[in-house]
Design a binder for this molecule. Structure first.
Ligand SMILES: [Zn+2]
Length: 75
């Protein structure tokens, strides 16, 4: 009998992280020219949450809009 790979869910989490990081690539604050800082919470996709921090609210808006955009709409 095969065991379900213990890291299967973790792989999905890693993928999710990569996709999310990809979305934020190139996002910079127009005023301070800083990238947002991204943090992931939770060990599985189901409980995964993201927190973004940045230098100012303008950057937060940009980052949030980018995160909320559909996958694979990368430019
Ligand atoms: Zn800023």
């Amino acid at each position: 009998m095969f065991a379900v790979p213990a890291d299967f869910d973790r792989m999905n989490v890693e993928r999710f992280k990569r996709v999310t990081e990809e979305k934020l690539r190139g996002v910079r604050c127009p005023e301070h020219h800083r990238p947002p800082r991204l943090r992931f919470h939770g060990a599985s996709l189901r409980e995964m949450s993201i927190s973004i921090s940045g230098c100012c609210s303008r950057l937060m808006e940009l980052a949030n809009a980018r995160i909320a955009s559909p996958d694979l709409s990368l430019e």
